[in-house]
Design a protein around this ligand. Structure first.
Ligand code: ADP
Ligand code: MG
Length: 292
């Protein structure tokens, strides 16, 4: 019997005028630079601009899922869906359907966000798919296509892992654009350089279009420290022509929001206004860039 999800997704694809959703990812090989924080708040900013949003957690540490209050230890997650999407591996694994995994996470102030959670098993993804014949780099891209996710959502926001490797290649091959959060220090810059190298490899392999650089997001910027300004100038020059968003300073509001698993938009206090605006502006820029 057809699942409800399949019927809905077929209906969406038969409507030829249905717009195609865009896919973005937050990437940096370095951990602790704000990928998950930015992904979570960007998703909420996009949702507030009347967008249907799907958040996809691609980090085995599943912080993004936790922000939505999802505990993947108790349920199937993206790893099981990806493995099940492969003909060669499907018979070896427990069956798993999209509508068992997707979490209708939130409806607050009319804002609706769905989530595809990650879980620890995702750290074994590379090994699990090592022997397959189909292109291993395109598993996520094909999964999104097969399930018509672009016609179900206006934006799909992917949170990337602090690693290089097959998960990162799969993300870069599946998305239209990438946002790069970074802390103005040399480790974080190295993390960006390593991702750029993966993009170069993808370009050379000619397996898929290379995603657009939507911009760099300087984070945890400590304006009082002289060295930070010097590092920031140097990183800006090294990164070249990409868009540089307004830096986020170290803000206690992020800690408060994270502690209560809320986006910065769910707080009325004045102290949240500035970062709310920052995210709304970034969301608008990303939309304009991807629609152009
Ligand atoms: N601008 C900021 N001000 C204060 N804390 C921040 C800021 N950006 C991120 N954090 C905190 O830093 C930690 C790491 O951020 P996170 O988004 O998890 O990074 P990543 O996903 O790159 O590992 C989190 O506890 C987060 O709340
Ligand atoms: Mg993270």
């Amino acid at each position: 019997m057809k699942t409800l999800w399949k019927m809905v997704s077929e209906l969406s694809t038969t409507n030829e005028s249905s717009p195609q959703g865009k896919i973005i990812a937050l990437m940096n090989q370095k951990g602790g630079v704000g990928k998950t924080t930015m992904a979570f708040n960007m998703a909420h900013a996009l949702a507030r601009q009347s967008k249907r949003i799907l958040c996809v957690d691609m980090d085995p540490q599943f912080n993004f899922s936790s922000m939505f209050g999802v505990n993947p230890a108790e349920r199937p997650h993206i790893h099981h869906l990806l493995v099940n999407s492969l003909k060669e591996l499907k018979p070896l694994h427990t069956a798993c359907l999209l509508d068992e995994v997707i979490v209708r996470a939130k409806t607050i102030d009319g804002v609706h966000i769905d989530v595809l959670p990650a879980g620890q098993e995702l750290s074994g993804f590379e090994l699990t798919v090592a022997g397959i014949n189909s292109p291993r780099q395109l598993i996520l891209k094909k999964f999104i296509e097969k399930n018509n996710l672009r016609s179900m959502y206006d934006f799909i926001v992917i949170d990337g892992p602090p690693t290089l490797g097959l998960l990162v290649v799969n993300i870069l091959c599946a998305v239209d654009g990438v946002l790069y959060p970074f802390v103005p220090d040399s480790f974080s810059q190295q993390g960006l350089k390593n991702i750029q190298q993966v993009l170069e490899d993808i370009r050379e392999m000619e397996i898929c279009p290379v995603p657009r650089n939507l911009g760099y997001i300087p984070n945890l910027f400590d304006a009082r420290r002289k060295q930070v300004h010097a590092d920031f100038e140097k990183i800006g020059a090294d990164l070249g022509s990409g868009r540089m968003f307004v830096p986020f300073t170290n803000r206690v509001q992020f800690t408060k929001a994270q502690a209560s698993r809320k986006s910065v938009f769910e707080f009325q206090a004045n102290e949240f206004k500035e970062i709310q605006e920052q995210f709304m502006n970034m969301a608008q820029t990303v939309q304009q860039e991807l629609m152009s």
